[in-house]
Design a protein around this ligand. Structure first.
Ligand SMILES: *[C@@H]1O[C@H](CO)[C@@H](O)[C@H](O)[C@H]1NC(C)=O
Ligand SMILES: *[C@@H]1O[C@H](CO)[C@@H](O)[C@H](O)[C@H]1NC(C)=O
Ligand SMILES: *[C@@H]1O[C@H](CO)[C@@H](O)[C@H](O)[C@H]1NC(C)=O
Ligand SMILES: *[C@@H]1O[C@H](CO)[C@@H](O)[C@H](O)[C@H]1NC(C)=O
Ligand SMILES: *[C@@H]1O[C@H](CO)[C@@H](O)[C@H](O)[C@H]1NC(C)=O
Ligand SMILES: *[C@@H]1O[C@H](CO)[C@@H](O)[C@H](O)[C@H]1NC(C)=O
Length: 355
């Protein structure tokens, strides 16, 4: 039999235990969950702390029982993000990242000449794996280039098997009597295709193509002649040479070429020479003082230019004015006075000091 006092005492103690202080809602711990989560816990109640998906702690989970004191023990649980495998280097590419931890995303790009084979970004998952998989940078290649009609591949070195890498080049030449339209060189682009192919146009029964490289027979210039190959037709790159009869000179190049547009590179003409405009004079020709009657005994050619000396009477000095032979005509400067050998006491303008 228990003494009544003892019964009373134990009853009191029981009451204290049952009515002990409740524990509060536990402090939040970063990246963790508490089960069960309540506003308060009776003494003796258990809670379990564990890390959220994507986070781990060194000692695993933590269990606590609400003590009579109503104060949770110190919780040393530390949840750290999972770390995905190192992915800071992408061959022939670049990775942009802050960290490789959950739940970060990293992104990829490839250097010029390479393309991304795979996704342009990956996320570190709860399991600590990259999703989707890390891509690779694969070299851009172009298939062997198509060859235009009437063309030959003159330079082509495929370095990627039968294909070319980005930046690879191929050079075409046109068959004889065909003219190149566009660039003769094509380049493997970043899209894995080639830049625009050139066209070779030439002999063909298509009138538009014919116009592309057949030139009309060049016409003979007045007072001159033209020579060209004795062929039934004149093609791209055929040449014709021009010349002029005596006392005429060529205005334009001696040789012209049939252009790829079906016209001649130039249309030279023959221009008349000029008769010597004065009997005697000292003039400047190509920077030198010459006696016009000696230097241009046979007249002046079209285009030739001399400077005559004139006198400034007030200032007693000399200056020059130009005269040019244009197709048989030369205008003597009005200020020029031909020196008479009879007037020996007068000084020729060319001997007077310059103004
Ligand atoms: C691509 O990467 C490989 C391997 O690192 C290297 O040998 C090559 O030079 C790189 N290519 C370019 C164009 O950077
Ligand atoms: C290149 O092309 C030839 C002919 O089409 C073929 O036989 C060969 O297998 C190709 N080589 C490669 C590396 O693709
Ligand atoms: C290409 O070159 C070969 C050999 O040099 C030649 O026989 C052929 O006529 C050329 N073809 C064209 C379209 O120029
Ligand atoms: C090459 O491919 C790109 C992208 O598809 C396209 O825009 C371009 O026109 C192509 N170039 C040629 C010359 O076909
Ligand atoms: C052009 O036409 C002539 C006669 O009509 C023919 O003999 C020749 O083969 C044709 N040439 C081409 C390139 O089609
Ligand atoms: C020849 O024709 C082309 C195209 O029509 C033109 O641009 C060029 O100026 C012409 N050349 C001459 C010398 O007339």
């Amino acid at each position: 039999m228990f003494p009544p006092v003892l019964i009373l005492l134990s009853g009191f103690l029981c009451h204290v235990a049952i009515a002990g202080r409740t524990c509060p809602k536990p402090d939040e711990l970063p990246f963790s969950t508490v089960v069960p989560l309540k506003q308060s816990y009776e003494p003796g109640e258990q809670i379990v702390f564990s890390c959220r998906p994507g986070y781990v702690s060194r000692g695993g989970i933590r269990r606590f029982t609400c003590p009579l004191t109503g104060m949770w023990p110190i919780n040393t649980l530390k949840c750290m993000p999972r770390v995905c495998p190192f992915a800071g280097i992408l061959e022939n590419g670049t990775v942009r990242y802050t960290t490789f931890e959950y739940p970060n995303t990293i992104s990829f790009s490839c250097h010029t000449g390479f393309y991304l084979k795979g996704a342009s970004s990956a996320r570190c998952t709860e399991e600590g794996k990259w999703s989707p998989d890390i891509p690779v940078c694969a070299p851009i290649t172009c298939p062997p280039p198509p060859i235009p009609k009437f063309a030959n591949l003159s330079v082509y070195k495929p370095l990627a098997g039968n294909n070319s890498f980005y930046g690879g080049k191929a050079v075409f030449t046109c068959s004889p009597h065909h003219a190149m339209f566009g660039s003769d060189t094509i380049t493997c682009t970043e899209h894995g295709n080639w830049t625009k192919l050139p066209e070779c146009r030439g002999e063909s029964n298509n009138s538009w193509e014919r116009r592309a490289s057949l030139c009309p027979f060049p016409s003979r210039p007045d007072n001159g002649f033209v020579n060209y190959p004795a062929n039934p037709v004149l093609f791209y790159k055929d040449t014709a040479t021009f010349g002029c009869h005596e006392t005429y000179s060529l205005d334009g190049p001696e040789e012209v070429e049939c252009s790829k547009f079906g016209n001649w590179s130039a249309q030279p003409s023959c221009k008349a020479s000029c008769k010597l405009p004065v009997k005697k004079a000292t003039v400047i020709y190509e920077g030198e003082r010459v006696a016009i009657q000696n230097r241009f005994k046979n007249g002046m050619l079209h285009g030739q230019k001399v400077s005559f000396f004139c006198k400034n009477k007030e200032k007693k000095c000399s200056y020059t004015e130009d005269a040019q032979c244009i197709d048989g005509t030369i205008e003597i400067p009005k200020c020029f006075k031909e020196h008479s050998s009879l007037a020996f006491w007068k000084t020729d303008a060319s001997d007077v000091k310059p103004c």
